[in-house]
Design a protein around this ligand. Sequence first.
Ligand SMILES: N[C@@H](CCC(=O)N[C@@H](CS)C(=O)NCC(=O)O)C(=O)O
Length: 234
Amino acid sequence: MLVLYQFERTWGNPNLSHFCCKIETYLRMAGIEYTIKTTLPLLAPKGKLPYIEDGDLKLADSRFIIQHLKTHYKNLDQHLNPAESALALAMQRLIEEHLFWATMYSRWQYTDANWQINKRAIFGVLPPVIRDIAAIIYRYKINKQIYGHGTGRHTAEEIFELGMLDIDALSACLGDKKYFLGNQPVSLDATAFGFLINTLGCPIESPLKEYSLSKDNLRKYVNRIKAEYYPDLQ
Ligand SMILES: N[C@@H](CCC(=O)N[C@@H](CS)C(=O)NCC(=O)O)C(=O)O
């Protein structure tokens, strides 16, 4: 059976990792059987989670994993026309390559309270001394990534202002539809859910979380998908 390697569940959510939650949600939306093994990124083939094992295949990166699931199991996007597919791809890129960094900033840099919550959730599985050393090394590494992306060069106000524009776009695109592209879930919904629950539905406080919670449709969308696909986490 397919094995999904990801962080341990925490915060009552599928996963604290946006990308891990994206994959598990796709698996559930597509009705694909899987088991979970919890791990940390340093043990992953590309140093990042999630990755999967499927028979002899070990595959990292959520985009390649989704491609594999579409080809070998079920393609949730099969019915989309080229314009819908293009829109879905653009929204996924907005979520994964832009909004993501504002949430990373919230967790790793914005306030010490957030950092403590994030640190406990990620490194709490390790023995005490190793936990603190790993947290210091990873914090340094992730903060370099946030700076390298460009997000880390802005003020907090600027970072959240940019993130809020993403939230506006997502809210407008969803409108009053059940899913982003109609009445049935597509891969964009797995992505959107994974990232939105990690923005508005986790204990990391920020103006971005508050703003996202103020969008009725996004809040209800996250609650609806969690209730429908994760009844075990209610
Ligand atoms: N492009 C990758 C991104 C995965 C990713 O950034 N994973 C994070 C957790 S949310 C990670 O493992 N980071 C560890 C690191 O960067 O060292 C994907 O789509 O899977």
